[in-house]
Design a protein around this ligand. Structure first.
Ligand SMILES: Nc1ncnc2c1ncn2[C@@H]1O[C@H](COP(=O)(O)OP(=O)(O)O)[C@@H](O)[C@H]1O
Ligand SMILES: O=P(O)(O)OC[C@H](O)CO
Length: 497
């Protein structure tokens, strides 16, 4: 048996490759940021070649750093930014347009039209999702309608659609495999999460030909072998969307366990076991993973701007040189000084689903400084996640007594303590912060017998730090009420009249 598992973590802002050993420890890691394109307000695109070249570049780097090659890798697991939509030509492997990123709002008005026409309930029942521009389906329809010649080519079966997992597998296998896994499929608006097949009614509603779509597979199985990129002949054996992979990597394997990932966005997933829970509070029902014949589901709250608000302080406002500087700056003041920042830069996700909300800062006075804004920015991440957790508590009878955390911004102790305080539950951070990649590694390793069963994975989970709530209920309620008032100011700012 080869010694290591290689995980590809293709995120919104960077591509990462991590080599894990049998104890689930990272033994080598490489990461590369790639350009974000904002061609119009509310639009976000990636160059698919940037995604491929950065991902392969970091994979080669991670192997080289350890001085190992393809024969030392037992399997590759792939995890990816979800919903991001790409169409390419099957003959040339050339994308017909840049990837439309999950944050992109260009189809918001079309989603409103579908809602007004009464399609919301069908969508919820079949796909577990909502009619929102976030998901792939309306982005794919936009591509077919707007890129010259695309629909004709699609009708002739010449094009392939995929989320980023599909694209990476296509490239790794030189176009031999056009597949996705159930977790990624469950974010497209085209997939029936109960029958686990593409849904004809949804395809017809959005005028999507079936011939475009990848074959849907489980999350942990040998799909095929690499022929390109990191060397030939490595088994590709695990695929999951990044939030589902993080849930798996956090060993939230039992019903009732929840994790929150603080990356570009923030995504809370509550494992609901083999039963999908239909949310009454505008959360998503999503497939957590399918391993062999068993499918597990999750309730998800998706927050569009999490760590990205810190990037905005750095790149947009220029008040930080590095993301890490946000913590000392925010700590330099005792509290937010009455300043609230609602980072609705691309609208608001769960539980509001307001495409037309826009970012706002309220409560400024002559005494407000960049430190208050930094503190308000960090607090906004925690408030948004608390709104999601409240909705989850109402939707399920599960106690939600602790929250496992990970992602780039989870290293921020001030944020984690505030999160525990504002939630009133323990926040628990594991030693391996790269749980997304670890989850993909686990899914791949289980498929090839590198790990035997879930019990081995649970043993690997080690605590780094526990944050206990210390805030009084009275203060928590007061702060959250003020936050709600700030959110009200941000809502429907851009509404088209
Ligand atoms: N010390 C920090 N405090 C707060 N946010 C941080 C810190 N370090 C990084 N971040 C934020 O974390 C995000 C990156 O996290 P990551 O998990 O790599 O995201 P993604 O997978 O979405 O690309 C960035 O938005 C960055 O601003
Ligand atoms: O790239 P991340 O980690 O921000 O995750 C993006 C999500 O998958 C979008 O649904």
């Amino acid at each position: 048996m080869s010694q290591y598992i290689l995980a590809f973590d293709q995120g919104t802002t960077s591509s990462r490759a991590i080599v894990f050993n049998h104890s689930g420890e990272m033994v080598s890691v490489a990461q590369k940021e790639f350009p974000q394109r904002f061609p119009q307000p509310g639009w976000v695109e990636h160059d698919a070649q940037d995604i491929w070249s950065s991902q392969i570049g970091v994979a080669s780097e991670a192997l080289a750093r350890l001085g190992i090659g393809a024969s030392d890798i037992a399997a590759i697991g792939i995890t990816n930014q979800r919903e991001t939509t790409l169409v390419w030509d099957r003959a040339t492997s050339q994308p017909i347009y840049p990837a439309i990123v999950w944050q992109d709002r260009r189809t918001a008005q079309y989603c409103d039209e579908l809602t007004a026409a009464g399609h919301d309930l069908t969508v919820r029942q079949k796909t577990g999702l909502l009619l929102d521009a976030y998901f792939s389906g309306t982005k794919l329809k936009w591509l077919l309608d707007q890129v010259p010649g695309a629909r004709e080519k699609a009708d002739r079966g010449e094009l392939a659609f995929g989320t980023i997992d599909s694209w990476l597998v296509w490239k790794l296998t030189n176009g031999r495999l056009h597949i996705t896994d159930v977790t990624n499929a469950s974010r497209t608006l085209l997939f029936n999460i109960h029958t686990q097949d593409w849904d004809d009614e949804m395809l017809s509603l959005l005028a999507i030909p079936r011939s475009l779509l990848p074959e849907v597979r489980g999350s942990s199985e040998v799909y095929g072998y690499t022929s390109d990129g990191v060397g030939a002949g490595i088994a590709i054996a695990g695929i999951a969307g990044d939030q589902q992979a993080a849930t798996f990597g956090q060993a939230c394997l039992e019903r009732g366990m929840a994790k929150n990932t603080y990356g570009t966005g923030c995504f809370t997933l509550l494992n609901t076991g083999s039963q999908p829970i239909v949310s009454q509070n505008r959360l998503l029902t999503t497939i957590a993973w399918r391993i062999q014949d068993r499918t597990d589901y999750a309730l998800e709250g998706s927050v569009f701007v999490g760590g990205a608000v810190v990037q905005w302080l750095r790149d947009g406002l220029g008040i930080l040189k590095t993301s890490a500087e946000v913590e000392p700056l925010a700590r330099s003041v005792p509290d937010n000084g009455g300043v609230y920042l609602v980072p609705a830069f691309v609208g608001l996700g769960a539980p509001h689903w307001d495409s037309y909300a826009r970012g706002t800062i309220v409560g400024l006075t002559r005494g407000s400084t960049s430190a208050h804004i930094a503190r308000a920015a960090l607090e906004s991440i925690a408030y948004q996640c608390a709104d999601v957790l409240d909705a989850m508590r109402e939707d399920s009878d599960l106690p939600l007594s602790e929250l496992r955390v990970d992602g780039g911004a989870a290293c921020n102790d001030l944020l984690m303590q505030f999160q525990a305080d504002i939630l009133g539950v323990s926040v628990i951070r594991p030693q391996v912060a790269e749980t997304t990649a670890l989850g993909a590694a686990y899914l791949a390793g289980l498929a090839v017998g590198y790990w035997q069963n879930a019990a081995e994975l649970v043993q690997n989970w080690q605590l780094d730090r526990r944050f206990e709530p210390t805030m009084s209920t009275e203060r928590r309620n007061h702060l959250r009420e003020t936050w709600r008032r700030a959110v009200d100011r941000a809502k429907r700012w851009e509404e088209p009249f």
